[in-house]
Design a binder for this molecule. Structure first.
Ligand code: 13P
Ligand code: SF4
Length: 311
């Protein structure tokens, strides 16, 4: 790329030319969030992808999110700036072992976190995100046991919150698993009035200290609408960009990992997307999400169930 190129202007021009929309997750770099037409959590992004009338969706997030856009909007071109932008939760739950897991529990309803492949979605009954999981679980008849995949921490949190019998797959997010309880307690002693906001992908050592647990959007709303004070943030730190924009007078402190650094909590998959790759994917019309139609048709059912069951 020519170093004198005005990337932001070129992206804006290409977007107009191709009737494209840029969707970004809160864990993307601040400069990508600022350029996006819409920034949201997994649920908001999937709703936006389903309703847009753009011809091209540039998905600045990870592969499973871009796949959801393609599943819900099959006639649109869906671009992912870096095709290697995966997710450790998706990696932890391969389709074949997942099908066996289901076979071993034939009487269970299978509720699966959206952070999984299209194949695993296709083999599930209902998909959920962290913002609608409890609401959807509450609608399942009380006598029905639940099979949950892939995040064991989110699963354990939901089982406790809803009081349901849930059999958990043993997956986790490499980012949220790294938060250190000891570092969090150290920060709390230094900032005794600070509130703790955590994503439910965190382990219980973090969640038990949290004043608020929720999806990325719920965390954002909590700190923006909350009193003027310090907040300790236990989720991927790029979300702090939106917090500082919306509430510049409040202080947001990222909770570090065991080595005391916050950089280790950056999602290595989200980080693969850059402004340069965003520009190039618009120029090249790729990498694109391509999916066999039979897989898409199978995966859309549990996703539509999610959209019907959540407000
Ligand atoms: P949200 O649905 O809260 O945006 O979470 C997405 C994610 O990947 C969290 O790690
Ligand atoms: Fe996956 Fe964790 Fe990255 Fe979210 S933060 S995309 S769950 S690896």
């Amino acid at each position: 790329i020519d170093p004198t190129l005005d990337l932001e202007a070129e992206i804006a021009r290409l977007k107009k030319e191709k009737n494209a929309i840029i969707l970004a997750h809160y864990y993307q770099d601040g400069e990508i969030q600022d350029l996006a037409d819409f920034v949201g959590d997994s649920l908001d992004l999937s709703r936006k992808a389903a309703e847009t009338d753009a011809d091209v969706i540039v998905f600045c997030g990870v592969r499973f999110m871009a796949e959801v856009a393609k599943i819900l909007s099959p006639n649109k071109t869906v671009l992912l700036p870096d095709s290697k932008a995966g997710c450790s939760l998706e990696d932890s739950c391969q389709p074949e072992p997942f099908r066996k897991f289901r076979e071993q529990h034939p009487d269970h309803v299978s509720i699966t976190y959206i952070n999984c492949s299209a194949e695993v979605k296709a083999a599930s009954d209902i998909i959920v995100t962290s913002s609608n999981a409890a609401e959807i679980i509450d609608q399942i008849p009380a006598d029905k046991p639940i099979l949950w995949a892939p995040d064991r921490h989110l699963g354990a949190y939901l089982a406790k919150k809803t009081g349901r019998d849930m059999t958990l797959w043993n997956g986790s997010c490499i980012v949220h698993e790294q938060f250190s309880e000891r570092e969090l307690i150290r920060l709390q002693t230094q900032n005794p009035d600070a509130k703790v906001a955590a994503h439910p992908e965190c382990h219980d050592g973090i969640l038990k200290h949290a004043d608020h647990i929720g999806s990325t959007r719920a965390i954002l709303e909590y700190v923006i609408n909350g009193p003027d004070q310090k907040y300790l943030i236990a989720t991927e730190p790029h979300i702090i960009h939106q917090m500082e924009k919306a509430a510049p007078h409040k202080e947001f402190i990222p909770v570090p990992g065991a080595d005391g650094s916050c950089a280790c909590n950056n999602c290595p998959f989200m980080e693969l997307n850059t402004l340069e790759k965003l520009y190039l994917c618009l120029v090249n019309n790729g990498p694109q999400i391509i999916m066999p139609e039979d897989l898409r048709v199978a995966a859309v059912k549990p996703l539509e169930r999610m959209l019907e069951m959540s407000k």
